[in-house]
Ligand binder design. Structure first.
Ligand code: ZN
Length: 330
């Protein structure tokens, strides 16, 4: 089965108009035009009651079921001036999400209708932040452990985790995650990730060690928001992508002594449609049948041949030290 997520035209239009609404402060006439366009999208609904946005304010929800998923996208608007008030995803039916068998340690996640998996609201950082409105995203506290944040209307108060980089940038800014994606589930619990799942990172990219491989140092480079095609990466993501690929290759050469690295991107497995670049150390002694595309046989290694979590953590620590220009342990 192919796990690629496709988007129908209506869904794309709804998502696109949603991006427009939240991207810039727009004059009322322009907003009104966007809403009129939105209203023509089949399947669009407006909830009959006010909901609470991620900041606890009342909002009108313009909503549409996301095709092929168990949730609907909701664009939240201020009931006073119809300005953008947030974006969230709400589970529409009870379901259980199973990860592929070869993902060790994962148990099925249960979702209940009404759970909120992603909840965001525009946020002003202090008095000076007036012009710099940033999307501040609360990802459901439930991920990946189990029950979601239930929408009980009034009780969706503050409490999400927002991370601040040194310098006060909200790292979750403009991050969009989906719970049906392994990479996004990991991203949602970023602060708790072990070294092997967070070898290094910046605002746009996270580096993880593969958990199914027999090759020590098999890395995966992932954008920090849900993207399923390379052409959908932003200019900022594109600019840093090249630097990451080279830096990781240099670190791998330094730490593993590999002759070269392979860089490969497919993102076709179910649950793994999130863009991810494999950066694989190719050692001098790699068997001929595993050179080139054959290396992927080593990504689905039998359990007893796999790099263990402990080994992957140690490799991650060494690589991180190399990436950050200091010896391991320093
Ligand atoms: Zn994702």
């Amino acid at each position: 089965m192919n796990g690629a997520v496709t988007e129908d035209e209506e869904e794309q239009t709804f998502r696109g108009l949603g991006v427009l609404v939240r991207s810039y402060p727009l004059p009322p006439a322009a907003l009104a035009r966007i809403y009129r366009a939105m209203a023509t999208i089949p399947g669009l609904e407006i909830t009959g009651h006010l909901v609470k946005d991620a900041a606890g304010r009342e909002a009108v929800a313009v909503t549409r079921q996301e095709e092929g998923t168990h949730q609907r996208r909701e664009i939240l608007l201020s009931p006073y001036d119809f300005s953008y008030a947030g974006l969230r995803f709400v589970v529409t039916e009870d379901y259980e999400l199973e990860w592929p068998e070869d993902f060790r340690g994962a148990s099925a996640q249960k979702y209940t209708a009404g759970d909120i998996t992603v909840d965001s609201a525009p946020h002003r950082r202090g008095r000076r932040g007036r012009r710099g409105r940033q999307a501040l995203i609360r990802t459901a506290r439930s991920l990946p452990a189990g029950a979601g944040v239930r929408d009980r209307g009034a009780d969706t108060g503050p409490g999400g985790r927002d991370r601040c980089a040194p310098g006060g940038t909200v790292l979750r800014s403009r991050v969009m995650t989906t719970p049906e994606c392994y990479a996004c589930v990991q991203e949602a619990r970023f602060d708790e990730l072990p070294p092997r799942e967070r070898v290094d990172f910046d605002r746009y990219w996270r580096v993880a060690h593969s958990f199914t491989t027999s090759v020590p140092g098999w890395l995966v480079l992932l954008p920090r928001r849900h993207v399923t095609a390379v052409h959908d990466l932003t200019d900022e993501e594109a600019t840093t992508l090249g630097a990451w690929q080279i830096r990781l290759s240099r670190a791998l050469r330094g730490v593993t002594g590999c002759e070269k690295t392979y860089v490969v991107q497919f993102a076709e497995a179910e649950g793994f449609a999130h863009v991810h670049f494999h950066v694989v150390p190719r050692t001098a002694d790699l068997a001929p049948e595993h050179r080139g595309p054959g290396v992927f046989e080593l990504l689905r290694a039998p359990e007893h041949e796999r790099v263990t979590a402990g080994q992957a953590d140690r490799m991650a620590t060494s690589l991180r030290a190399s990436l950050r220009g200091r010896p391991a342990g320093g």
